[in-house]
Ligand binder design. Structure first.
Ligand code: GLN
Length: 482
């Protein structure tokens, strides 16, 4: 009840939830109470969670915050959420996100931007828009349009899991599910002062998660601290016959790793992450992180990941290529929106033209271009080769005895809604992922942990990158920083 009341109060401003399942939450909570009264119950019994709108939830709107999935209510439940409910968790509702998880600011959502509960301490002189997508207002979950005024102290929560990060930071849920294709768990966690972990590719089943880029997508939690993230990931992770890329190895007790000393651990500091024009605040935070780990007895070593600079361009070939293929299924026949046309081709075209937002269309166009016969070798094939080199960089470093790598999580703190620079140049927005995409390209686990504030008092995060399936070391080390 406390969480539902908090959602009622804060969601009209934060726009973190697109669907609130109050009745279902109460039913699930009652069932949990009964279990607990009998001395039974799972690891998450009665814990209220928010679910990113990318996860299929049976009988409940699942739209990936896209217009094209209007009204889609799956008849099945994702494996990750099935695991959470089996452990007793309670669903509060579905969380806002960038459309199809494409974005770094949660501004591409059909349901309007999510607001970060952290605000600028002073009002800057910027003119804020009052409408989204230029169509006269925000669309709320019921499909009704409302004009919502933003103020210029308001900041983005990052993306694409902006609703997950904002709701956890504002106490609108105890924890949330999220997904990360190039940084969508770690970047919003960093920008909201929360903890987010993208586990190793294959650790969580992708079954029932709306696909963006299938070789990069992974689910993981956003939580208030490292321990909560460990408990949630333990429940979310599983091998699943319905996802052949999920991996059959036992899920360790991640919580047990927390509090273990890191004395003697080898922490790598990659020189290529010291990018041109890195803000002083970020550099200082990184140095502070190094000092904390050293103080706790870790050995700090300089390392090189030479192909880092190719990661972002290669990601923005591989991810759109896979997206263009995955998004071909939204044809007006099988799911959601249908705009009638004079024949079936006309219906496809009208449905897709009306159903997808600008960023999604941009990705489809890039994706089909790099996969087209004349350009495949020059772009897609080349990007796949680069991906192998990036993976090898990490393998070499871990083979040389490095246990974990420490980097900043993001190149800046939270920025303003409708930031002019980002809005006018998509590549500026893509630069948000500069420290996070390599991890997805290599399939490795990465965690973002709040580590301090910038000069304006906004949260900043540090990232730890580990060996495949060594999430335990990430939790252990992140706990020293938090
Ligand atoms: N910001 C990146 C993109 O837009 C990553 C998104 C994600 O991880 N889902 O592709």
């Amino acid at each position: 009840e406390a969480y539902l009341a908090a959602i009622d109060r804060a969601n009209p401003v934060l726009n973190a939830y697109v669907t609130v399942t109050a009745e279902k939450a109460r039913d699930m909570a009652k069932a949990s109470d009964a279990k607990l009264a009998r001395g039974e119950g799972g690891a998450l019994e009665g814990i209220p969670l928010g679910i990113k709108d990318l996860f299929a939830t049976e009988g409940i709107h699942t739209q990936a915050c896209s217009h094209v999935l209007d009204g889609f209510k799956p008849r099945y439940e994702s494996t990750v959420t099935t695991n959470l409910w089996a452990d007793g968790a309670v669903m509060l509702g579905k969380l806002n996100m960038d459309e199809f998880a494409m974005g770094s600011s949660n501004e591409t959502s059909y349901y309007g931007p999510v607001i970060n509960p952290w605000r600028r301490s002073r009002l800057d002189t910027v003119v804020m828009p009052t409408t989204h997508q230029g169509d006269g207002g925000f669309v709320s979950a019921g499909g009704t349009k409302t004009a919502r005024t933003l103020d210029n102290a308001q900041l983005v929560p990052g993306g694409s899991s902006g609703g997950s990060a904002s709701s956890v930071a504002a106490f609108l849920c105890a924890g949330a599910t999220a997904t990360d294709t190039g940084g969508s768990i770690r970047q919003p966690a960093a920008l909201t002062g929360t903890v987010g972990i993208k586990p190793t590719y294959g650790r969580c089943s992708r079954w029932g998660i709306v696909a963006f880029a299938s070789s990069l997508d992974q689910a993981g939690p956003i939580a208030r601290d490292v321990r909560d993230a460990a408990i949630l990931l333990k429940s979310m992770a599983s091998v699943d016959p319905k996802d052949t890329t999920s991996v059959d190895r036992p899920v360790p007790d991640y919580e047990a790793a927390i509090g273990k000393p890191i004395k003697g651990m080898k922490v790598g500091i990659p020189k290529e992450y010291r990018v041109d024009g890195m803000p002083e605040d970020i550099e200082a935070l990184w140095q502070q992180g190094i000092a904390w780990l050293k103080e706790a007895g870790a050995e700090i070593v300089d390392i090189s990941l030479p192909h880092t600079k190719y990661a972002l361009p290669a990601y923005y070939i591989v991810a759109p290529a896979e997206a263009s293929s995955n998004l071909a299924r939204y044809d007006g026949v099988r799911y959601g929106l249908r705009v009638p046309g004079k024949d079936i081709i006309d219906m496809y075209e009208k449905t897709r033209a009306a159903g997808f937002g600008r960023e999604v269309k941009r990705r489809i166009m890039i994706g089909t271009y790099v996969l087209s016969a004349g350009y495949y070798d020059a772009y897609y094939l080349q990007a796949q080769k680069v991906r192998t080199l990036i993976k090898r960089d990490f393998e070499n470093v871990f083979a040389a005895g490095v246990d974990v790598i420490l980097t900043p999580a993001t190149p800046s703190a939270a920025f303003g809604i409708a930031d002019e620079e980002m809005a006018s140049d998509p590549v500026k927005m893509y630069l948000n992922d500069i420290f996070t995409v390599t991890v997805n390209m290599a399939g490795l686990p990465g965690i973002s942990v709040p580590a301090g504030l910038d000069g304006k008092g906004l949260p900043l995060g540090l990232q730890l990158i580990g060996r495949p399936f060594d999430e335990e070391t990430l939790f252990q080390t992140a706990h020293v920083i938090e």
